[in-house]
Design a protein around this ligand. Structure first.
Ligand code: MTE
Ligand code: MO
Length: 313
């Protein structure tokens, strides 16, 4: 089992990038064993072993506190602080993920079995929400393609559909009088987007197991698309021939398309998408220009060659 269960670290213990970076040396340094012998208390903080990825941005990460207290996870309420308040209700162990549809080997993986042959990586990725804010998050995860290859997609598979857990007893938003969305939350990618090396399944952040509010125990991260594509707490992945429905497109097709690539030139009908506010930089933080494909254009622009991105938004 790759994830070692250690008592969760309180956010108050990890508030700055400085603290994180010193812990990161512990996690990734060569002298882990020696340190754990001589500094048992600090070594105890280790929980996820991951190799750091060259695909990371070198921008400063948003603090652990902000990453875990300012969230969108409507299953736990529509307020930004609701997921941090309510997501502890979710039971994430045991957990399994079904991978089925147009594949040769449909499989229901226990999370542990899914992770056993997999090498975890730390990837520091930008996350841009369609609401106009952004964060930089040190995810721990692995390429989605590794799972897809294990089930062997058929030639007819063109899209990948994802589904979040539906468990109203533990997800108050699924039980609310006012239902913010139709449940379960669903998302989708084209197969080539799903196989792309930047597309990962995350099981942790900041070297810790994924906090529930961030989509425990396993969530998608697609860094060149708006945040809502990065579906949380996944229980099912289905390969399909037809483009699958997605929650926000179903909710409001004029405002949210299937592709949802970060694009400063295509405005949301009710507001501009040209700039973003970095979260956690205080009262005087300045909005900064949003980059095409969230800054990942060199790696992903070829996927959309010849497509009119104002039409396929
Ligand atoms: N199941 C589910 N996944 C979800 C959401 C949600 O409400 N439910 N919100 C999305 C949105 S709008 C964003 S911006 C990101 C936020 O991820 P974070 O809270 O880890 O920063 O999760 C996405 N994944
Ligand atoms: Mo979002």
């Amino acid at each position: 089992m790759l994830i070692k269960h250690t008592p969760p670290i309180r956010s108050s213990e990890i508030t700055s990038r400085e603290v994180y970076l010193s812990r990161r040396d512990l996690l990734f340094g060569a002298s882990i064993t020696a340190l754990s012998l001589f500094a048992p208390q600090r070594a105890e903080a280790m929980s996820l072993e991951a190799a750091s990825s060259p695909l990371s941005t070198d921008e400063a990460a948003t603090t652990f506190e902000h990453v875990t207290s300012y969230n969108n996870f409507y299953e736990f309420g529509t307020g930004k602080d609701d997921p941090a308040k309510n997501a502890h209700m979710l039971t994430t162990k045991p957990w399994s993920v079904k991978v089925e549809g147009l594949v040769s080997r449909p499989t229901e993986f226990d999370l542990e079995d899914l992770l056993r042959p997999i090498t975890l990586e730390e990837r520091i990725y930008r996350l841009r929400c369609v609401e106009g804010w952004s964060m930089v998050i040190p995810w721990v995860g692995f390429p989605l393609s590794e799972v897809l290859k294990r089930v062997v997609p058929l030639g007819s598979a063109k899209f990948v559909a994802f589904e979040t857990l539906h468990r109203p007893e533990e997800m108050p938003g699924q039980n609310a009088f006012f239902q913010a969305l139709r449940w379960p939350y669903v998302e989708g990618l084209r197969l080539d987007e799903a196989m792309h090396h930047l597309t990962i399944l995350a099981v942790g952040l900041y070297g810790e197991e994924l906090p529930n509010q961030n989509g425990a125990p396993i969530r998608l991260v697609v860094p060149w698309k708006y945040g809502f594509k990065s579906i949380k707490s996944i229980v099912k992945i289905t390969l399909t021939e037809e483009q699958p429905p997605t929650s926000w497109n179903r909710q409001n097709p004029r405002e949210y398309g299937f592709y949802s690539n970060v694009n400063p030139e295509v405005d949301h009908p009710r507001w501009s998408q040209a700039t973003e506010l970095p979260i956690g930089e205080g009262l005087f933080a300045k909005r900064k220009p949003t980059l095409m494909f969230n800054g990942y254009g060199e790696e992903v622009a070829h996927l959309y060659e010849g497509m009119d991105l104002t039409k396929f938004y």
